[in-house]
Design a protein around this ligand. Structure first.
Ligand code: FAD
Length: 419
């Protein structure tokens, strides 16, 4: 059978944002011809994610709780501990929305199958090399193995991930490369002496300069252990991770008899939301649009939600309910009204924290511990924690404590903010 070449809607990339966009469009209007092009042979591979997400945020993507618990969830996390370079720590217990650890491969494959069931044509092993807008349609040049074919589409959604090369090729603003943090993670087994319901974050320039290291339990003897570091350290990510595992005083005993089962690399996007996320009959979503939390690099829930919005408004344009420009602008207004204030705050918090010397990290963690940050954060929406953190920081108790105990901290944070 001859392969279909012309579609109403094409989505680039079958990550969570792309699959959810296509699924939503197909549900809204089953008459549309919709395709996703994914460069990898297998959806979700290679994996490059720790899979730690807020359960409530995942439900907001329309994923059924039973499916989450039965097929996607590996572990449930009730507490998070934050360690200073001197190993002082504080803990936040989640009272409302818990965190879960996902099998990210299963999530991506599940979402892609849902799209296929809704009628979306899924093309794996199809790398979109270039695209151009001619005569009111998008023309895509797509490489499959050793030959290139041309496809076309009335509307295009790019969910191509943080490097956003295609979006850049058509002159769109893309996530700032200076704020894409190289990351590496091992899945290890044979570990012992840790709490299975507690994820841990480790700050300090000795082990994870510019970002942090993490320990996310998968079971009572396995965990995902990773780091993200400043872009200037990109050639040394593995050295830093190995040092973190072998030498960090909290981890070294735990991991002594541990075995690395898998290793995943990637970039953690922390550049903040980009200004304009649409062009002619074109939507930008997910990591490519900076729809990620710059504080932690988490982007599954927010990017997925924005993907659904893009799918909804793309289908409304194609159904004749909106003109192209109205649909694109409404998408942008909607996602920005939901997420932009928090994502922008998180961007500034990331800038403040990435330049903090270890001595001031020690002060910051001590202030957070002694001013009961956990009381402020235990019931905040995890996906929108920017406002929660700022409310906590401008509390008079915290300001007075901070100025009394670490006058340099405030100056250093302001310097980071202005960076
Ligand atoms: C180490 C690490 C740990 C992370 N941990 C977490 C976490 O715990 N929680 C969380 O919420 N987020 C986490 N993230 C972030 C999360 O992975 C991303 O926010 C999320 O994957 C974004 O989804 P997306 O669909 O926008 O992009 P992606 O998942 O990157 O998907 C983009 C897809 O587009 C495809 N593609 C790209 N270019 C082309 C092309 N030219 N042609 C065809 N296909 C193309 C890619 O192959 C890919 O499949 C982590 C990231 C890293 C690197």
């Amino acid at each position: 059978m001859r392969e279909q070449k012309d579609y109403d809607l094409v989505i680039i990339g079958a990550g969570p944002s792309g699959s959810l966009a296509s699924h939503q469009a197909a549900l809204n209007n089953p008459e549309l011809s919709i395709a996703i092009f994914e460069e990898h042979k297998q959806i979700g591979k290679p994996t490059h994610c720790s899979g730690l997400v807020a359960l409530e945020g995942l439900r907001r993507l329309g994923i059924n709780s039973a499916v989450i618990r039965k097929n996607l969830m590996v572990n449930e996390i009730k507490r998070a501990k934050f360690f200073a370079p001197n190993n002082n720590s504080f803990q936040i217990r989640r009272t409302k929305d818990s965190l879960i650890v996902l099998n990210r491969l299963e999530l991506d494959q599940y979402l892609a199958v849902c799209s296929e069931k809704a009628g979306v044509h899924l093309h794996t092993d199809h790398h979109v090399k270039a695209m151009k807008f001619v005569d009111h349609r998008w023309h895509l040049f797509i490489k499959q193995r050793d030959h290139t074919q041309q496809f076309s589409s009335q509307i295009l959604i790019s969910a191509e991930g943080s490097r956003a090369r295609l979006a850049q090729s058509i002159g769109m603003q893309i996530p700032d490369r200076n704020w894409l943090f190289p990351a590496l993670q091992y899945e290890m087994s044979g570990l012992h002496d840790f709490e299975t319901d507690c994820s841990e974050l480790f700050f300090g320039n000795n082990f994870a300069p510019g970002f942090f290291g993490w320990f996310i339990p998968l079971s009572d003897e396995s965990a995902r252990i990773g780091i993200a570091v400043n872009p200037e350290c990109s050639g040394r990510t593995r050295l830093y991770l190995d040092k973190f595992i072998r030498k960090h005083p909290v981890l070294n005993k735990r991991t002594k008899r541990g075995k690395v089962m898998n290793s995943y690399g990637g970039v953690v996007p922390a550049s903040g939301p980009i200004k304009k996320t649409y062009s002619k009959q074109f939507f930008l979503v997910g990591d490519a649009a900076g729809q990620t939390k710059a504080t932690t690099g988490g982007g599954v829930n927010i990017g997925g939600y924005c993907g659904r919005l893009a799918g909804k408004y793309a289908s409304k344009i194609l159904s004749g309910d909106y003109t192209a420009i109205q649909g694109c602008k409404t998408y942008q207004n909607q996602w920005k009204s939901h997420f932009e204030p928090d994502l922008s705050l998180m961007k500034y918090i990331r800038r403040m924290l990435s330049y903090l010397p270890d001595k001031l990290w020690n002060d910051l963690i001590e202030i957070a511990r002694s001013t009961q940050i956990s009381d402020y954060m235990e019931s905040t929406n995890i996906d929108l924690h920017g406002r929660g953190l700022i409310n906590y920081a401008v509390n008079p108790d915290v300001l007075v404590n901070g100025l009394r105990n670490s006058p340099h901290l405030l100056l250093s944070l302001i310097r980071g903010f202005l960076h």
